[in-house]
Write a new protein. Structure first.
Length: 351
């Protein structure tokens, strides 16, 4: 591998087209080299978008000796087999979250990476959401004091159409999709989880939940709650956090996905105006020198491209990965426990 890393992509749906290829293309040392899709239509779209090589099978992609790194963005249930096949072929791999549908599958993937001596990383892009970065700043500045409860929600309204995301067999459902992000964020902020209680609601013909709520108790004593689904005609705050000194409330969803869909990469493509409109800025009520004060926090810019900049540095210069597999394992153990709790109705304790 030279000073430019050739990247091959498995899948060119929402993840491959909107997230991965634009972000990879924005890093000077990464190159969109080849895209694999079994769909002829998506192959033609990929070729038109990037002027790159396209292939119809994973075998053809892996046979290309120029490919250094493979990005897997496919239904969750396919991740284990595809990632292991790529690793066995001698490729470094980035896999979309959620890494696997169960922790046991993730452990097989990690073992394959260790045996091959190749990088395996998970695309936990929402560590670089602007709202999350703003919350981290508020906590670091001590505006909330000791945190008691942190609530995180992405709730929507709308009829669902069938895609793989409405199939339990394929690893679909809003809980798996958003839970992988929310639990990852909670673990970064508050540390290991002691116990989990979850509840899933089913309202239509699909065999995945329409809405899910999950309560976590961290070993530090902090309680965190996340909720997601499609049954809410009224929105709720993206974050609502309460502590010994103050409270933090922020509406709105990070705008990077919408910008990426327009071909704009935050932190690379020039942006006109504020990162988010003022109505989506965070409101904080806190104690300043014994006086209750109300503060508005302008949203810090998010920056998903940081993830792929780090991947390039890991492969070219031996940098430390920002997303560690030990962290992803912990996230998956919580996801597994939450599913068990939703099924049994009982609190599940982690080791």
């Amino acid at each position: 591998m030279g000073r430019e890393i050739n990247v091959g992509f498995v899948g060119y749906g929402l993840g491959g087209r909107v997230f991965h290829t634009p972000l990879v293309n924005a890093v000077p040392t990464l190159r969109v080299h080849a895209i694999m899709s079994p769909s002829g239509e998506r192959q033609r779209q990929a070729a038109a978008d990037w002027g790159c090589k396209t292939v119809g099978s994973l075998e053809a992609l892996l046979a290309d000796e120029a490919v250094d790194l493979v990005v897997v963005s496919t239904p969750h249930s396919t991740h284990r087999d595809l990632v292991i096949q790529c690793l066995h072929a001698g490729k470094h791999v980035v896999v979309d979250k959620v890494m696997a549908t169960r922790l046991a599958e993730a452990d097989e993937m990690i073992a394959a990476a260790e045996a091959a001596g190749k990088l395996l990383s998970v695309f936990q892009n929402r560590r670089w959401d602007g709202d999350f970065l703003t919350l981290k700043q508020a906590l670091a500045e001590g505006l909330l004091g000791d945190v008691y409860v942190c609530e995180s929600r992405v709730v929507r309204w709308g009829l669902r159409r069938f895609t793989w995301r409405q199939s339990a067999e394929m690893g679909g459902g809003p809980f798996c999709d958003w839970g992988a992000h929310m639990i990852d964020q909670f673990l970064l902020l508050f540390g290991p989880v002691e116990s989990v209680w979850a509840d899933f609601l089913y309202t239509d013909e699909f065999d995945v939940e329409s809405a899910a709520v999950c309560h976590l108790k961290h070993r530090t004593g902090v309680r965190s709650v996340f909720e997601c689904g499609s049954i809410s005609r009224l929105d709720r705050p993206r974050y609502y956090v309460r502590g010994s000194k103050g409270a933090f409330s922020k509406p709105g969803l990070d705008p990077q996905e919408a910008r990426l869909a327009q071909g704009l990469v935050e932190g690379v493509t020039p942006r006109v105006g504020d990162y988010e409109p003022p109505e989506n800025w965070a409101e904080v009520v806190t104690d300043l020198a014994g006086t209750e004060s109300r503060i508005t926090l302008k949203t810090l810019p998010g920056r998903y491209v940081t993830y792929y900049e780090n991947i390039a540095e890991v492969l070219l210069n031996g940098a430390e990965p920002l997303v560690k597999l030990s962290e992803v394992r912990e996230e998956l153990s919580v996801l597994d426990a939450a599913r068990e709790s939703a099924k049994s109705g009982e609190v599940v304790r982690l080791g």
